[in-house]
Design a protein. Sequence first.
Lengths: 349, 349, 349, 349
Amino acid sequence: MPETHLASDNYATIHPAVLQAIIDANRSHVPSYGDDAYTSALNATVSEMLEMKAQVFPVLTGTGANVVSVTAASPRWGAIVTSGHGHMIGDEGGASVRLSGLPLLPVASADGKLTVDALEAIDWHDGFVHTPQATTLSIANTTELGTVYTQEEIRALAEWAHSRGMMVHLDGARIFNALAALDCDLKAVTVDAGVDIFSIGATKNGALAAEAVVVANPHILGTEYIQKYLMQLPSKARFVSAQISALLADDLGIGLGRHANEMAALLVDRLTELSNSSRIDPLELTQKRESNQVFLRLPAHLADAFRATTRFYDWDALANEVRWVTSWDTSMSDVDGFVDAFEKASHQV
Amino acid sequence: MPETHLASDNYATIHPAVLQAIIDANRSHVPSYGDDAYTSALNATVSEMLEMKAQVFPVLTGTGANVVSVTAASPRWGAIVTSGHGHMIGDEGGASVRLSGLPLLPVASADGKLTVDALEAIDWHDGFVHTPQATTLSIANTTELGTVYTQEEIRALAEWAHSRGMMVHLDGARIFNALAALDCDLKAVTVDAGVDIFSIGATKNGALAAEAVVVANPHILGTEYIQKYLMQLPSKARFVSAQISALLADDLGIGLGRHANEMAALLVDRLTELSNSSRIDPLELTQKRESNQVFLRLPAHLADAFRATTRFYDWDALANEVRWVTSWDTSMSDVDGFVDAFEKASHQV
Amino acid sequence: MPETHLASDNYATIHPAVLQAIIDANRSHVPSYGDDAYTSALNATVSEMLEMKAQVFPVLTGTGANVVSVTAASPRWGAIVTSGHGHMIGDEGGASVRLSGLPLLPVASADGKLTVDALEAIDWHDGFVHTPQATTLSIANTTELGTVYTQEEIRALAEWAHSRGMMVHLDGARIFNALAALDCDLKAVTVDAGVDIFSIGATKNGALAAEAVVVANPHILGTEYIQKYLMQLPSKARFVSAQISALLADDLGIGLGRHANEMAALLVDRLTELSNSSRIDPLELTQKRESNQVFLRLPAHLADAFRATTRFYDWDALANEVRWVTSWDTSMSDVDGFVDAFEKASHQV
Amino acid sequence: MPETHLASDNYATIHPAVLQAIIDANRSHVPSYGDDAYTSALNATVSEMLEMKAQVFPVLTGTGANVVSVTAASPRWGAIVTSGHGHMIGDEGGASVRLSGLPLLPVASADGKLTVDALEAIDWHDGFVHTPQATTLSIANTTELGTVYTQEEIRALAEWAHSRGMMVHLDGARIFNALAALDCDLKAVTVDAGVDIFSIGATKNGALAAEAVVVANPHILGTEYIQKYLMQLPSKARFVSAQISALLADDLGIGLGRHANEMAALLVDRLTELSNSSRIDPLELTQKRESNQVFLRLPAHLADAFRATTRFYDWDALANEVRWVTSWDTSMSDVDGFVDAFEKASHQV
């Protein structure tokens, strides 16, 4: 039985360098609530990476990062345009809606990616007080379906949004996986692509609990107050900032993201080989595998048999669609284990 | 040029009997905030109509009635299942979301009506804390597309909802039009069909500004506090209650709704005749005409030409779909005027 | 027994001129949601009175007017500085807090009026993210205790507020009573005194249900969206605007406010005479009588005896403080009746 | 210069045993979002301590714990009765108000402790829809002023609250300091005293970021959904639970709290001795020192001189009141350092 699972990258462990960063920050008294050298250093690092003066806010959860971001970027009467698969729609317990009163305006998308064509096909009822006003475009990279936006794709969306006076938010819960997949740096798919506010997700990539909200557009005001009242200001912020800094140092985070992506690719490749040699039925991927998430359709009995050894989530139980996620700590021998277990499960059923 | 328009039944006038009821209630001092004989009488009337002890709250707007209702019927972590065409999605400025934090869970529907089949095809993720929980089913009768639920259809939805522990809300902004179309009484399509909380809409049917929220399910608690903080408790509530009572007396409201429905039918019939005699192009109705709303596709130039004399709304500007609404005060000669104007517009383009 | 009561000016009737304005606006079809000639005329009238281009929004309740106003004037992280007696604290069911998330920061005040001295004695913790930020100053004129701010007093408060970057809101639920008491025009105690946003309350002064939110500061944006989602956009707005216009025409509203004030003065004078002639015990006013509200301490048994004929509210039941309110429709013979009834009650106990 | 400061116990370090618990939990893949053995163990431990089946939710911040708790304990129309010094009023950025729409009803208190006498002196306007309804009593132990409620005091408050149908919340951000001061166990001042929902604060007592919400009253429903949408459900919850468990094991947390309390006592004693020997001016404590917080009035120049070496917060800048806080990691030699520095500062000024 494998030591690891395919349920989520938040099942994964803390990377030793991140843990060491926490230990290193644990020296005598340090000011609280972000007024500390670790948070200042994080601000400096990110600002340098972006070649601009950014504001960086360490927060505690991915949902927290998203809600702080879209709240800061939206007027009270705004609404959030997002993919119909958006994390904010089905996976955050309604937080952005409940806490900030921002309706979500889902746009259908087969692969989790928005396109300008899809956005232009909608009558947004601009200026019509009866309809929630589309003020903020929110995308995730990687998307909730594991697909990856290129810089050009984001830039096109941002140009459309900005031309209408909208803000652009990028949910970077898996930004390191995206950077690895694109082989580019943070700046390329954020400020260079027109993103106004975004998050750097560390928790799913080797941290204990750490995300950063990065405000790139100086017209976004008051984020420090919003962070506080949305309960995303850690009292011992130094430990949160230190985790993120550890992943930014020497591109550790991108390396971890690349490894996770590669393990997903390896898993798909190995299972494809097995099916080519007729030892298992062909895999029916429901999304192109571009990062560390694999979406596929599995007969229910096969899914259940595989589940006996390996945890993973149903994605759409009614459609027999499941999701497999690899992590920074998924090893090649873990993949061997998954493949063996899957093959055995295939024969059981 | 017609005296009336096809824009909305809230363009229409106050019916003389409603105005007289306001005048009659304007005698000396009367207790405020609903502690008055007019509101008591409204409670008694509705309770008698429903053959139960209902709680009736006079409110000021249709959006107000809906938000009070779904808020009272939903726990904090709830969400509202509604048609993708639901008034709450596009027509209330996001009020239920913004004021009560209740996400809307839209269900696709070609004719604005939900069905049990459509609801059962969805994985609701019951008990999964990450997904907003479907706690409240909200339907409108007539629907936002002018279609009408039968008692059987509502009962089937209510049985599905109740079997899952959900509450059922019925938006009755145009309930009088529905009752006229169904030729039934209020009880038949509310408490007899399993509805837990609903509204009686008077404003669109001859009132100045008056809706009633009716709580039929005694497990719904605290509506009086919710009405107040949602700013739907009129200080001079007597004048609101009196308006509604005027429409309930002698089935005046149903009669007005029937007239409006008939004028819509007449308009469609007359234009169909014209097209049969080749004097205009055939009408392309996009919804079956069941009440006082007519949805149709019009070439943009024809729509614009007709608009020169008659106000109406685009429904989906990108799809050239428009909406015509008749009112209690639309006369047969108004319909003559619309038909003439439409024919002229047809020849202009 | 008097035809009228001393409970509240919202027990009072609709003034004939207001009722006539409703009747006059009831002609054929008129565009809805404020896109009508009556609302345009109201905008023009108020703008002319203020000698500026104001934005005027007809709304339905006093609480609604206040919540729309402070929401429009405050960022998400703001808080409302108000008198400890403020209507928003105890009398609106928590609406501004619940609907807009704006904490109330009460400032103690013996007479319901804020002063710069009282405000400067507080450490507001400006810029400290842990403390709700004082962004908006909200006063009422007349105050909830019937006292009246002069232009100079408001201007001093506004200067203090503006020097700190705060907005100034004036709750004008009883603005006509204040204008009558001050013998000045609307402009003097609003824009001339530095008020950024305020309401004109008509309901308590002879209307059915009508208040206006007036945005004087052009930096306040998006009020039209806020009005809608706060459910204060009447579908048949024409009838609301017409009511307010009727009170603004020929200073009718100020006249009605003056009459109400005078009846309160007469009531106090008459009872004082009675006590001077030892026919009743001396009145113990708890606030200076400056408008149409009288606050006094009454022994519980006397209060109860008087209540047998005349309705009024306890203000602070634990302190035996009660409130009497006269209205535009309180007649001199009503006052006679109150005085007689009070004297009789005094002798009963 | 001392290694530590007197600013806050959240300046303090992570205790080695807590850090070790994080390291120990960092083994292979573990289910996320609380579905893990560490969170189960925490539930079992707390339930055993309370001798009942409690529900325990690991959360990330103290404000988060409070808002989850009062939200779960309150209906939508509720309001929170709390000390005028309450953390929720001035120190949480308005979170409970903004996120849950629960007005705060502050009750004046000289020492931060509520009493039944003070509560009974208030007219709560029960059942009056215009006034936010007092549904939830929230106290902190230790209080925000460092004072400590005894079991009897809490029980009296709980009896008052329960007799009115209210829920009782206890903010345990510094519960370990209170338990040490009272020399009692957790059960004594929570469930045995009638508390319905409370928090166990670990962050201020040696943890990285960890609080637990404990639901003791089974009538409180839906806390799991509220925790999620309030963004207090950590994805890697195991690490949060492990921190708290480490403090509960072998009464480590109480021991740390006791040490912090003793260092505060020592600091006050030492400075009192100095003043007795006339080497410094007498200390003017503004609150009785009962736990690890010391409140005192300091001349501004002395405060500033001391601040040159030692960080601490102004509590009321206008009243020259400051707050000193000792921590689990404040050593006796740190206290020596503070005393020396304070004496030097006294001579400088």
